[in-house]
Design a protein around this ligand. Structure first.
Ligand SMILES: Nc1ncnc2c1ncn2[C@@H]1O[C@H](COP(=O)(O)OP(=O)(O)OP(=O)(O)O)[C@@H](O)[C@H]1O
Ligand SMILES: [Mg+2]
Length: 547
């Protein structure tokens, strides 16, 4: 992560102080470095100039000492010079390199030249400067200056005559007769540079420290109001609009606080309006819900009336036909018996009475079946006690009842019973009634020679059910028309011929399965197949008697 990346993780104050401190440190180091470099350059130049003046002066004064090779005079001469600041050695040499006088040069005998070696002052006849590094590691400069003298060269004509300067006929040449070398140490310079560096670092430290203290105080003045703004914003986000920002300043932060407080004020106003609106809305909803409930109660009441009316009409219609027949046959038989004396009743008459009575019996049975189914229908609304039920066993029991009828109608029943079916909570005989009706319906819809498949299986948790048992009956019969699909569970809906079905089977089954907390699903393709699936939860979930 970059430096700025990590700085961003701190607060505003830390970010500001860090960045400004870094800038100050960098500036101080650059300025300090530049000043130290300049200072050492000036010092070196000064040293060199002083050394140059010294060495030139010494060379001038050493002329006669070198000519006369007077060691004593030259040693006296260099003693005075050697006492000067920064001088580490002084040497006077003849033109052929013999040392006439020297002081302090022994320690610098093995010094190494720094950079390119310069030509000697003896050869160039000029001032020379060479930088050296001593055996002890300290730097010094060696300045050399030629010792010159003036020699007269007389003309051929004047040879042997008395020397006359004013005549101007003799010429003078400068001649190098020796060399003066002095060593100047840089150690004082290094000491000064070190001092300056220390002072500069100390100054940087003091400046940075003062800057940090000042900036922290200054940034605090800025960030404190921001912190209180953040605090109030936090309260607002939690829904508390009672707090305001308390900043009495006339600068931009003060203006920000003012507009922030105005914003809180208008937010509070809007919130109050919304709350008022919500209260009204709630009241309206309660009012509407109450109206709706009333309307629903009325609707249910009227639906109940319609249902009772339909039921009554259905029952009346269903019972009317057989009762009409019964009445007719009974009146007819009675009339015949009244018109004839007991002796006149022939065998033929008795046969026809028997036929009438059988018809009466058939129609009475039909009435009885209708009434029984009605009774069953009404019984589903009563609470019954549920036990643990093995659905496979109930299926097997059902099949013993219907097997004979299936055989008579040449229908083969294929069983796929899941042996690992869990027990459910239910009422065995009611469930048997449901299975019987569904199997008989499938049988009625199927053509002779076809198959009806009955499958039981344990279905994993689904929707509201924790686990269910499914009983599916599939036939490849005539199927159910789309428009009939939503009617088949209605009481008295039947497509069967009179006398074959009452139309109560599925509505009774529906009530029973609802009572078990389950449901019946139908899937049908006209002319191809129909599947009735009974789903019963392993644990009964709802036990509403009204369903
Ligand atoms: N497997 C099926 N295939 C085709 N139609 C069916 C099937 N099962 C039910 N139906 C249709 O649903 C109608 C209603 O069935 P329901 O069992 O309620 O009455 P029903 O069988 O006609 O008379 P009940 O069962 O009272 O003797 C049937 O008349 C039939 O039209
Ligand atoms: Mg039926």
């Amino acid at each position: 992560m970059s430096l700025f990346g990590s700085v961003k993780r701190f607060g505003l104050r830390e970010q500001f102080v860090t960045v400004v401190s870094l800038v100050i440190i960098a500036s101080m180091l650059i300025i300090g470095g530049y000043l130290i470099k300049r200072q050492s350059e000036i010092y070196t130049n000064e040293l060199e100039k002083r050394g140059q003046a010294l060495v030139a002066n010494l060379a001038y004064n050493a002329e006669y000492g070198v000519i006369l090779e007077s060691t004593t005079e030259l040693e006296n001469l260099i003693k005075g010079v050697a006492r000067a600041n920064d001088i580490i050695f002084v040497k006077i040499l003849t033109i052929d390199g013999r040392v006439l006088a020297e002081t302090g040069s022994e320690s610098y005998a093995n010094a190494k030249i720094k950079g390119k070696p310069e030509e000697s002052a003896l050869t160039t006849g000029r001032f020379q400067k060479t930088d050296y590094i001593a055996a002890n590691g300290s730097d010094f400069m060696e300045l050399s200056y030629p010792v010159e003298t003036v020699r007269q060269t007389a003309s051929r004509e004047n040879l042997g005559s008395i020397y006359d300067y004013s005549s101007g006929e003799n010429s003078y040449v400068r001649e190098v007769i020796g060399e003066v070398r002095i060593g100047l140490t840089y150690s004082n310079l290094s000491r000064e540079v070190t001092k300056s560096q220390t002072a500069s670092i100390l100054l940087t430290f003091i400046v940075v420290l003062s800057a940090i203290i000042l900036m922290t105080a200054f940034v605090r003045i800025i960030t404190r109001p921001i912190e209180s703004l953040v605090e109030v914003t936090d309260q607002i986000s939690k829904g508390d609009l009672t707090k305001t920002v308390d900043i009495n300043r006339s600068d931009e932060i003060g203006l920000l606080a003012e507009s922030f407080n105005r914003m809180i004020e208008s937010l509070k106003k809007s919130q109050d309006e919304i709350e008022e609106y919500n209260r009204n809305l709630e009241e309206k909803i309660i009012e509407r819900t109450r109206e709706l409930e009333e309307a629903q109660t009325q609707l249910i009441q009227s639906e109940k009336m319609v249902a009772i009316g339909q039921l009554a009409a259905g029952v009346a219609h269903e019972l009317n036909n057989p009762l009409g027949g019964i009445l007719g046959y009974a009146q007819f038989t009675l009339e015949k018996i009244q018109n004839k004396c007991a002796d006149n009743i022939s065998d033929k008459d008795i046969e026809s009475y028997k036929r009438y009575l059988r018809d009466i019996e058939t129609q009475s049975r039909r009435c009885k079946a209708i009434v029984q189914n009605l009774l069953k229908f009404s019984r589903t609304s009563q609470t019954v006690k549920f036990d643990d039920v093995d659905v496979n066993a109930v299926v097997e029991d059902t099949l013993t009842f219907v097997e004979h009828q299936l055989m008579m109608n040449q229908i083969t029943l294929v069983k796929n019973l899941d042996p690992s079916l869990p027990k459910i909570k239910g009422h065995p005989s009611q469930l048997q009634q449901v299975f019987t009706n569904i199997i008989i319906n499938a049988m009625h819809a199927s053509n002779p020679g076809s198959e009806v498949t009955l499958t039981t299986r344990f279905a994993p948790p689904l929707g509201e059910f924790n686990g269910t048992v499914e009983i599916a009956v599939v036939d490849s019969g005539k199927g159910i028309r789309e428009e009939h699909l939503k009617k088949i569970f209605e009481p008295f809906f039947t497509t069967k011929d009179i006398g074959k079905g009452t139309g109560l089977g599925l509505s009774v089954s529906y009530g029973i399965i609802k009572e078990h907390g389950g449901e019946i699903r139908v899937k049908s393709k006209l002319g191809e197949e129909t599947t009735f699936t009974v789903i019963v939860p392993v644990e009964k979930i709802t036990c509403s008697a009204d369903n």
